[in-house]
Write a protein that binds this ligand. Structure first.
Ligand SMILES: [Zn+2]
Length: 252
C-alpha cells in the first residue's frame, strides 16, 4: 500500500542558499541535499525527530559541502557524491556517475552529469515524484555561472533538463530569482534583444515571485513548465546565443 507522500523542506542558509530535506514521513527518515552548513540542518533533524539516511552532494563548492562532516558526526549516514569530484571532496561512501540509480527508502534517483558550472556537477532526478535536485546548474530565470566547463557544455546540460517532464519541480540551491528577473527585464528592453520569451508569462511570473518574496517565501522549487517559457537561458536557441546571454549576465 502506498504510504504518505514524502515532502521536501527547505532550510535557508547563508545569504541565499537552501539545504533540501527529503522527508519520508512514514518512517521519520530524511535525506539531505548539499548541506553547506550543519547547525541549522542538524537542529531541524532533532526538532522533527528525523533519522538521517543519506547526504546527496551535487558538486564540490564549499557552500554545498561545508557542513557535511559536522552533520555526519552528529547523524551518521552515507555520503553520495559525484565521482568526478573525488579529488575535491575526498571522502564519500558512493561516487556517482552518469546514469547510475540509487534507491534510498521511497526514493529512487537517477544521476545526471551536467557539466558547465563545474566539470563534475551532477543532478539527482527522482522520476516518481518528478523532483530534480540540480545544485547550481539552473536557477529561476537564470543559470549557474560557468566556472570550470565550457559554454558548450553548459548549453548542452540545460538542453538535457528541457527534456525532463514539464511537470518537474526543480530544487535549485540559490534564491537568485529576483535578481535574474531584473536581468530578464533589461533583456526585453534591449534593441534587437535575441530572446524575449513570453512577456505576459514573465509579468505573471514577476507578480507571483514578488508576492512570495514579500512574504519571505522561497521561489524554489521552480516549475520547469514555466521556466521553459520565460528563462532566457532555456530559450537560447544556440550555443552562441547562450554564450552571449551568459556574458551579458556576468557583466551585471
Ligand atoms: Zn557552485
Amino acid at each position: 500500500m502506498a504510504g504518505t507522500r514524502p515532502r521536501v523542506e527547505l532550510i535557508p542558509i547563508f545569504e541565499d542558499n537552501y539545504v533540501f530535506c527529503l522527508i519520508d514521513q512514514d518512517n521519520q527518515e530524511v535525506l539531505v541535499v548539499d548541506p553547506g552548513e550543519a547547525a541549522k540542518t542538524s537542529l531541524f533533524l532533532k526538532e522533527n525527530n528525523l533519522s538521517l539516511k543519506g547526504v546527496l552532494l551535487t558538486h564540490h563548492h564549499n557552500d554545498h559541502i561545508g557542513g557535511v562532516r559536522a552533520l555526519i558526526n552528529e547523524h551518521p549516514a552515507p555520503i553520495f557524491a559525484p565521482k568526478k569530484n573525488i579529488t575535491q571532496i575526498g571522502s564519500a561512501d558512493s561516487w556517482l556517475s552518469e546514469g547510475e540509480k540509487i534507491k534510498i527508502g521511497p526514493f529512487e534517483f537517477e544521476v545526471l552529469e551536467l557539466p558547465g558550472h563545474t566539470l563534475g556537477h551532477i543532478a539527482y532526478w527522482e522520476p516518481k515524484f518528478k523532483w530534480l535536485f540540480s545544485g547550481d546548474v539552473l536557477f529561476g530565470l537564470g543559470c549557474g555561472r560557468i566556472f570550470e566547463g565550457t559554454y558548450e557544455q553548459a548549453y548542452h546540460s540545460l538542453q538535457r533538463l528541457k527534456k525532463l517532464p514539464s511537470e518537474t519541480l526543480v530544487y535549485c540551491t540559490h534564491e537568485y530569482t529576483e535578481s535574474n528577473l531584473n536581468f530578464c527585464r533589461m533583456l526585453s528592453n534591449l534593441d534587437n534583444s535575441p530572446i524575449t520569451g513570453d512577456s505576459e508569462e514573465l509579468e505573471l511570473y514577476a507578480n507571483q515571485l514578488l508576492t512570495r518574496r514579500e512574504m519571505n517565501l522561497p521561489s524554489v522549487p521552480l516549475k520547469l513548465a514555466v521556466e521553459l517559457n520565460v528563462n532566457p537561458f532555456l530559450l537560447a536557441k544556440s550555443i552562441a546565443q547562450f554564450s552571449y546571454l551568459r556574458e551579458l549576465r556576468n557583466k551585471q
